[in-house]
Design a protein around this ligand. Structure first.
Ligand SMILES: NC(=O)c1ccc[n+]([C@@H]2O[C@H](COP(=O)([O-])OP(=O)(O)OC[C@H]3O[C@@H](n4cnc5c(N)ncnc54)[C@H](O)[C@@H]3O)[C@@H](O)[C@H]2O)c1
Length: 437
């Protein structure tokens, strides 16, 4: 392919040189004449392990050169990749002026071009940028749209500085977010020769996965460092502890607990997070990250409360009270805390949970529920249809397949707040479906 790459920084230079290595013909564009000059002399403008050799070989082969002029680059390529900087502003939001400038230039250049052209955004941007900002600007400036040869896509870059050439050659996956098949196809053609799963998705998902990946890496580092500091203070070998921790690929290093849904609860998670925070406090160790976890969980319960209040129906049927399905453990159940808040606001509740039977609750479980919700046995309804009967709003905490079938048959157009994550409920005829995430 004939590719133009806008922004010859870390991402742009590595991509340009590595795409040339894959056999494409690449033109780099930058506002810095110094960078253009270096590339044309076969030198990398950024320091990266192994990059000098790839740039030198690409320039020598005639498959990589750099120019300052957008017009030349666009007219002599079939696809433009944008990898200009999107640095952090004072508010924390990324600055998109360099992106806007490049998009305007590419759009204007496209007016003079015959034939189709694809524009692929590779800079890290907030979700919505490709279709909400880049595509309309390109369409306006170029006078084109998807029907006359303009394809767009978002293709995030996952390279890490320091080993970016290796990361380019061996990515975890290649993601193409696009509104049309032409956009996907343009990205797919770029990566022929790279052995990695190719994922086609929406631009919003592709943009989000990039931002979330970096946020998650930051979360992991903050977690590991807080764990390390706390364990060291307790005389525990933190390196060994984290090494063993990471050996669990079922729950720790795995997709477990990474599905957006409702708050956590139960007898272990809140207790053990609180225990670590208490240990840290006792040792005068500040753990801002772990200390905020219970607050983040609580905020999620409040979101559910607000969603119910917003509906303005004072009779609530709640399906599921135990902290998760398949148990009658009510201790620190987020649904119990939700009920408590609703009662505090004067709401009437009918609660159904096929595993919870007031007469069979014993010990700490009974003590907890009696403390949190006095007379809760009066709210517990053994028959789901009866629980749904007079409700103005139905809150789905968790329910079995059998119970969902009853809900599907008996919702009667009342609003359903889905905290379990059963999106097919939204397809029911006449349903008023709402979820938190
Ligand atoms: N650095 C990384 O490891 C990495 C990894 C993945 C994604 N990203 C994202 O990729 C993007 C680029 O990051 P980077 O580290 O390569 O940035 P960088 O600052 O190293 O490079 C950006 C380049 O864009 C050039 N530029 C600015 N305005 C221009 C214009 N109007 N026309 C042409 N060139 C222009 C600059 O001169 C510079 O050379 C950012 O959005 C970043 O968040 C970075």
């Amino acid at each position: 392919m004939r590719i133009s790459v806008f922004g010859m920084g870390y991402v742009g230079t590595v991509s340009a040189a590595c795409f040339a290595e894959l056999g494409h013909t690449v033109i780099g564009v930058d506002v810095s004449s110094g960078k253009i000059d270096m590339i044309n002399r076969g030198l990398s403008p950024v320091v990266e392990d192994g990059l000098d050799e790839v740039v030198a070989a690409a320039v020598k082969s005639g498959r990589l050169r750099a120019v300052a002029d957008t017009q030349t680059a666009v007219l002599q390529s079939d696809i433009s990749l944008i990898s200009v900087g999107t640095p952090m502003s004072r508010t924390g939001a990324p600055m998109l002026d360099a992106l806007d400038a490049v998009v305007d230039d590419i759009g204007a250049a496209l007016r003079d071009k015959n034939g189709g052209h694809a524009v692929v955004l590779r800079s890290t941007v907030p979700p919505g940028t490709t279709e909400g900002r880049m595509l309309p600007a390109l369409a306006t400036k170029s006078g084109r749209d998807g029907d006359n040869g303009l394809a767009v896509a978002f293709n995030p870059e996952f390279l890490r500085e320091g080993c970016s050439v290796k990361d380019f050659r061996h990515p975890p996956f290649t993601i193409a977010g696009a509104p049309t098949t032409a956009g996907y196809n343009a990205v797919e053609a770029l990566y022929r020769g790279i052995d990695a799963p190719f994922i086609r998705t929406s631009t919003g998902v592709a943009e989000s996965v990039k931002c979330l990946s970096n946020a998650f890496h930051a979360v992991k580092i903050a977690f590991a460092n807080e764990a390390g500091v706390l364990l060291k203070s307790l005389g525990v070998d933190a390196q060994e502890a984290m090494r063993v921790f990471c050996a669990d690929h079922q729950l720790n290093i795995s997709p477990a607990y990474l599905r957006p849904g409702f708050a956590f609860g139960g007898s272990c998670l809140p207790k053990d997070v609180s225990a670590l925070v208490a240990l840290a406090k006792a040792g005068h160790i500040d753990l801002p990250f772990l200390s905020s976890v219970m607050r983040a969980n609580d905020a999620h319960i409040d979101r559910a409360l607000q969603a119910i209040l917003d509906e303005g129906r004072r009779k609530v049927a709640l399906l599921g009270l135990a902290f998760k399905p398949g148990t009658d453990d009510l201790r620190h159940s987020p649904f119990v805390y939700l009920v408590e808040r609703l009662i505090g606001k004067g709401y009437e509740l009918a609660i159904f949970d096929r595993n919870v039977h007031a007469s069979r609750l014993l010990g700490k479980n009974r003590e907890f529920i009696e403390r949190e919700i006095p007379h809760f046995d009066r709210l517990l309804i053994a028959d789901l249809r009866r629980a749904l009967d007079s409700a103005g709003i139905i809150v789905l905490g968790h329910a079995s397949g059998e119970d969902l079938a009853v809900l599907e048959a008996d919702h009667n157009g009342r609003p359903i707040l889905d905290l379990q994550g059963v999106p097919q409920l939204a397809q029911l005829p006449g349903v008023r479906y709402r979820s938190l995430c």
